[in-house]
Design a protein around this ligand. Structure first.
Ligand code: AP5
Length: 216
């Protein structure tokens, strides 16, 4: 198993780029820590119950909760694939835990890809984000709109706004990103494992193509 980390602020496009890459290459597997946690909250598992309050406030859940989820998932993977880790690690402590998990699984860290997007674009992207509660497809009301407003192209379900996409929580998520996740950029750059892509202005296809190049 190989592992590629997608780094970037909330709303920078990690999930969108990872899902496009995985659609184009069946050896890539998109794993979103936010989706794992939202699913645990929905099912009210012990981890989900503990994580819920942190997520509502836009804070990071404790490292141990998410590291355990990712560790369990990686331990259950058999056969060759490349994991696109979207949203994990998010702290240097999580990155160190991931190093341990990778060596325990006999996997290889290929590197980290940073989607670099300015704050004003991030705020606009999150304000317009819509998602399908059934199949998980993501849209933006103006940037990546569905064919019929408010309806998922893939399964016809009514699109929803994520609970933590309200303006106050978004500001907190951005502040948390700057305080706790930005140090990861130097962490991976220092190890010669960081590729940086401007993720704000180019069309999505161009950003996805650059990410594909970084994976090669
Ligand atoms: P998580 O779900 O990971 O949220 P996030 O990091 O805040 O990232 P987002 O999902 O908001 O953004 P994204 O970068 O995937 O952007 P997207 O592709 O959707 O985490 C949620 C919470 O869970 C955290 O706050 C925390 O509490 C907890 N958590 C998760 N992981 C954790 C961890 N490791 N440790 C501790 N806690 C953790 O794009 C955004 C919008 O822009 C969409 O509408 C999309 O359609 C649009 N868009 C994207 N790219 C383009 C483009 N090129 N052109 C036009 N529109 C675009």
């Amino acid at each position: 198993m190989k592992v590629v980390i997608l780094l970037g602020a909330p709303g920078s496009g990690k999930g969108t780029v990872a899902s496009r890459l995985a659609e184009q290459d069946s050896s890539l597997r998109h794993v979103s820590s936010g989706d794992l946690l939202r699913d645990a909250v929905k099912r009210q598992t012990p981890a989900g119950v503990e994580a819920e309050g942190y997520m509502k406030r836009g804070e990071l859940v404790p490292d141990a909760i998410i590291a355990q989820m990712i560790g369990d998932l990686m331990a259950g993977i058999t056969g060759e694939c490349t994991l696109l880790l979207d949203g994990f690690p998010r702290t240097v402590a999580q990155a160190e835990i991931l190093d341990g998990t990778i060596s325990k699984c006999g996997a290889e860290l290929k590197g980290a890809i940073l989607l670099d997007v300015s704050d004003d674009i991030i705020v606009e992207r999150i304000a317009g984000r819509r998602g399908c509660p059934k199949c998980g497809a993501g849209y933006h009301v103006t940037g990546l709109p569905p064919k019929v407003a408010g309806i998922c192209d893939k399964c016809g379900t009514a699109l929803v706004i994520r609970k933590d996409d309200n303006p106050e929580t978004v500001q907190n998520r951005l502040a948390v990103y700057k305080a706790q996740t930005l140090p990861l950029i130097d962490f991976y750059r220092g190890r010669g494992q960081l590729s940086c892509i401007k993720g704000g202005i180019d069309p999505l296809e161009v950003i996805v193509a650059k990410a594909k190049q970084a994976l090669a």
